[in-house]
Ligand binder design. Structure first.
Ligand SMILES: Nc1ncnc2c1ncn2[C@@H]1O[C@H](COP(=O)(O)OP(=O)(O)OP(=O)(O)O)[C@@H](O)[C@H]1O
Length: 486
């Protein structure tokens, strides 16, 4: 009997302690809310559950490792001070991870048992007895067909052409494919302008991981994510959707900017994100801007997205465009002369998708009509695309391009030097200025070191003659003209 009574006393005492702690915690929460604001509080602090006090230390539980680390880093000291102010005997705060639902029935601030779900908007501060250790979930080698958009088999690391603008993003993607969830690489955030290879790299990561056969991978656009989420709400199957998402090893979400302004979907993504990273799973996200520039995404999500590795893909350079064209032309089996590739790389600078589209059209044309690809044919076949990229050319641009082409100094365009190596390119630049701009001969002459209009006239005549006599020279001039054409 005594034992029974002692047991009763212990339970009663524990409950009394919980009630008292709940009152203190409730007051601390009010202070915190006032200090950090409602949103911060709801994001980071509301999920704290109060545990036991032992000697001068109180234990607080958080549902995930990420939250625990974040709260410790951002609010650890403050929590200690506030607890000490409430209960002077408490001098230290210990933060631990407890899986949601593993602690004994949460107790609200008034001491009553609460059935509030972990994510309920109005969940009160919670006090619990003891945590249960987090468990690893089993892993499978598969693409989650219920979640995934199919991966494009053409988008692999082998077919991705690497150059200065994308080498960092490529290296990060490779690293994640080799060792998912490596510290510092989770999440991997890839960003860059339209059509520069973000999706390609994500698919390449997926393909590589599946080839290794070690993990389950889910890939979908942010738009698809939102529609899946809405559909799940409608069919009252959000739990299944969440579970599916949270059971993958690698979750890849493409074009995250789509979630701007979609607050509920962002919220869901945020929770999924935390749950996965916390369970040691890899997240890969792409967007058109860096996390800090994605205004319209909630701050806490942007903060989270920037916590791992952020890698940008820059606009292509001429060299990279040439390499990509060479690789794609060679894979097609159609011979595309270097001059045509150079011409395309000069003309279509916007993004790789357009460049690839132009080349594909040329190749299809060559295959269909069995004609060789020439500069003339290119201009014909791609008439509309090239027109869209046309722009007004200036005499300065002409001078620069011509000087680059013959490797002379730009200043020689207006210098008095008469050596042929300098004089001939200068004449070509004058000829092109006459052809491609509406400037008069005297105006052109002035731009070339105040030369007389008769000098420009002579240049035009001389270049025309030379083009008739020397096909190689004619081709050079023609190439320059096409590059500059407006
Ligand atoms: N470095 C590269 N090497 C080979 N192909 C590339 C490269 N970069 C892009 N591409 C190709 O360009 C096309 C567009 O790339 P992708 O779809 O990956 O762009 P994105 O950055 O995801 O664009 P968006 O912002 O529109 O989603 C694809 O066919 C892709 O294979």
């Amino acid at each position: 009997m005594t034992g029974g009574l002692e047991g009763y006393d212990a339970v009663a005492e524990a409950n009394a302690q919980k009630s008292v702690l709940a009152i203190h915690w409730s007051r601390i929460c009010e202070r915190l809310k006032a200090e950090v604001g409602e949103v911060e509080y709801r994001t980071w602090l509301r999920q704290i559950t109060v545990g036991p006090v032992e000697e001068d230390e109180i234990t607080l539980y958080l549902p995930t490792r990420f939250l625990r680390d974040w709260v410790r880093g951002q609010y650890g000291d403050r929590l200690g001070t506030l607890w000490n102010a409430e209960v002077p005997a408490i001098r230290r705060v210990e933060l631990q991870v407890a899986r949601p639902g593993s602690a004994s029935a949460p107790v609200q601030a008034d001491g009553a048992a609460a059935a509030a779900p972990a994510n309920s908007e109005d969940a009160a501060p919670r006090v619990a007895a003891a945590p249960a250790p987090a468990q690893e979930e089993p892993r499978h080698a598969e693409v989650r067909s219920d979640l995934a958009a199919p991966l494009d088999p053409r988008f692999t690391f082998d077919t991705f052409v690497v150059g200065k603008p994308n080498e960092f993003a490529y290296a990060c993607a490779r690293r994640v494919a080799e060792r998912p969830s490596s510290p510092g690489f989770n999440p991997l955030f890839l960003y860059g302008g339209v059509g520069l290879g973000k999706t390609h790299l994500m698919h390449a990561i997926g393909a590589e991981l599946l080839r290794e056969g070690k993990v389950s991978v889910a890939y979908m656009s942010a738009e698809k994510f939102m529609y899946r989420f809405i559909a799940a709400i409608r069919s009252q199957s959000t739990m299944e959707f969440k579970e599916q998402l949270r059971s993958v090893d690698v979750l890849m979400i493409d074009d995250l900017q789509f979630l701007i302004g979609k607050d509920n979907t962002q919220e869901e993504f945020f929770h999924t994100f935390n749950a996965l990273v916390d369970a040691g799973r890899q997240i890969v996200v792409s967007a058109d801007k860096s996390p800090s520039d994605l205004s319209g995404l909630e701050d806490r999500l942007r903060t989270r997205l920037g916590c791992g590795m952020v890698a940008d893909i820059h606009a292509t350079t001429f060299e990279l465009r040439i390499s990509i064209l060479e690789a794609k032309a060679s894979a097609s089996g159609v011979v595309v002369p270097a001059k045509v590739l150079e011409f395309l790389a000069h003309k279509i600078t916007s993004n790789v998708r357009e460049l690839e589209g132009a080349l594909n059209r040329l190749i299809a044309h060559a295959n269909l009509f069995g004609r060789p690809v020439t500069l003339e044919a290119t201009q014909d076949v791609l008439h509309d695309i090239l027109k869209a990229h046309d722009r007004r050319v200036t005499i300065e641009e002409i001078q620069r391009k011509v000087a680059e082409h013959w490797n002379i100094r730009l200043t020689d365009m207006s210098s008095a030097r008469r050596a042929r190596a300098v004089a001939r390119p200068r004449q070509v630049a004058m000829y092109l200025a006459k052809q491609l701009t509406s400037r008069s001969l005297p105006e052109i002459g002035r731009k070339f070191g105040n030369r007389d209009h008769t000098t420009v006239m002579h240049a035009v005549t001389r270049v025309t003659e030379l083009m008739e006599q020397d096909p190689a020279f004619a081709e050079d001039v023609e190439l320059l003209r096409r590059m500059l054409e407006s």
